[in-house]
Design a protein around this ligand. Structure first.
Ligand code: PGA
Ligand code: ZN
Length: 437
């Protein structure tokens, strides 16, 4: 058993957008100390665990002093004396204290910070890297990254409507090579933007390029061109992933507004539009093509886009029940896993295990509001999730995760396999088909 938890202290920190977030220090009986901080999204879904915000004047209502107060007065005292490495036991206790399914009473931001700080402290006390200490049933591996090249939506003042156009280095032989290729694509995309008269100096919330290119298709075409400029073969060396984040595009009447194109589409039309992009451009993964509660839209997406990786973010909200329903009804073939959507570390791991058993692909994901913490990288490795998404290759809160993975691959665990293009749904067929063609 790990030395017991002796002290838990919450405090208000800032995230990468300069907004408050909950941080938590944990001290163990052997003197080990650890700190962890909760990330926070901008395009948050309705089914996510709920952050507690103060709603007062400071920080435009986004202060988290109440959530911090609950860490110090309720959550912390309840875990003192427990085993820091027993995430299941700790998280059961924390959930019982809150008593609501979305953790909205005490605040999912506080709960997550406590569970993470305990896990980090437990691993440190045992002298093990976090990825080795986390208890998961899968074989560990280094994940294939999907990396933001151009941003839109809520992360880039809606320069275009789709939220992320990402590069997927699916032919890379190692994690380090995957990042090297991504850098080449990013530089080529920046050069293309400048030739078109846009600035490549301004970056969006996740470090991606941001430019009003007039249409969503033009933005994806820019990245496709950049892959070729970088000397990579589209479809085999590298491909594109798109996060439409369509919940953000919903109008009051259930249609979707592509504001950058001055168009309004119903779900069928939106899915047909996306299918058109996928026919002509090397897209291998489509995330949230329709809204989180648009069951008919998801059925249309499964029909028309199910030969690609069809990835549910707001759709599943890292929630075990929604995943269960999605598996039964065939909503998607891949799940995005954001620990703060779930609220606890063990809950996020359980969702990953369940997705794996159902034959789904998984992408462990950061939020647009991040911190310099790197535990997300360890989570992706420990659970053998296969894929990871943390934004661009730049900005410190992003490189914290990339650098952790580079460190694991080059120094800490050089024998771990790199998941590569095989990690993509449906079960790597997109890659295999291209390879044999
Ligand atoms: P968010 O964006 O953190 O703002 O929700 C990330 C995503 O949608 O994948
Ligand atoms: Zn998303």
């Amino acid at each position: 058993m790990t030395p017991e938890i002796t002290q838990v202290v919450g405090w208000e920190a800032l995230d990468s957008r300069g907004r408050p977030t909950v941080a938590c220090d944990v001290v163990l009986a052997d003197g080990t100390r650890a700190t962890a901080k909760a990330p926070s999204g901008a395009s948050t879904g309705r089914h996510e665990a709920r952050e507690l915000r103060d709603g007062e004047e400071r920080y435009a209502g986004r202060g988290v002093r109440r959530a911090v107060g609950h860490v110090n007065a309720v959550l912390g005292p309840a875990v003192v004396g427990l085993d820091a490495a027993d995430a299941d036991g700790l998280d059961r206790r924390l959930r019982a204290l809150d008593g609501t399914p979305d953790l909205g009473r005490l605040g999912a931001n506080g709960v997550l910070a406590v569970t993470l700080a305990c896990a980090v402290a437990g691993a440190r006390s045992a002298g093990r890297p976090l990825f080795a200490a986390l208890q998961a049933q899968a074989e560990p591996s280094l994940p294939l990254p999907m990396v933001n090249i151009v941003s839109g939506g809520a992360h880039a003042a809606r320069a275009v409507d789709v939220q992320d156009v990402l590069f997927v280095p699916l032919g890379a032989a190692s994690f380090a090579q995957a990042l090297e290729w991504t850098d080449a694509v990013r530089r080529a995309a920046a050069a293309r933007l400048e030739r078109l008269g846009h600035s490549a100096a301004l970056v969006a919330d996740e470090g991606g390029l941001a430019a009003a290119l007039g249409s969503n298709r033009a933005t994806i075409e820019l990245v496709a061109g950049a892959i070729e400029d970088a000397g990579l073969a589209p479809g085999t060396d590298g491909a594109i992933a798109v996060d439409v984040a369509a919940t953000e595009l919903l109008t009051g009447s259930g249609t979707y507004r592509l504001a950058s194109e001055r168009r309004e589409l119903d779900a069928e039309e939106l899915v047909a539009e996306i299918e058109g992009w996928c026919r002509e451009l090397p897209i291998v993964s489509v995330e949230d093509p329709v809204g989180e509660d648009d069951a008919d839209g998801w059925r249309a997406a499964a029909r028309r886009l199910g030969h690609l990786q069809l990835l549910g973010d707001d759709l599943f909200a890292t929630n075990a029940e929604r995943l269960g329903r999605g598996v039964q009804e065939g909503w998607a073939n891949a799940i995005l896993v954001k620990p703060n959507q779930n609220g606890t570390l063990s809950g996020a791991i359980a969702v990953l295990e369940r997705a794996r058993k159902a034959g789904m692909a998984a992408v462990v994901s950061a939020r647009s509001g991040e911190t310099e913490d790197a535990w997300l990288a360890d989570l992706a490795v420990a659970t053998g999730a296969g894929q990871i998404k943390v934004g661009s290759t730049m900005r410190g809160e992003r490189t914290a995760k990339w650098n952790r993975l580079l460190h694991i691959e080059s120094v800490l665990a050089p024998d771990l396999p790199f998941a590569g293009g095989r990690a993509l749904a449906p079960l790597g067929t997109a890659v295999a088909a291209e390879r044999t063609a």
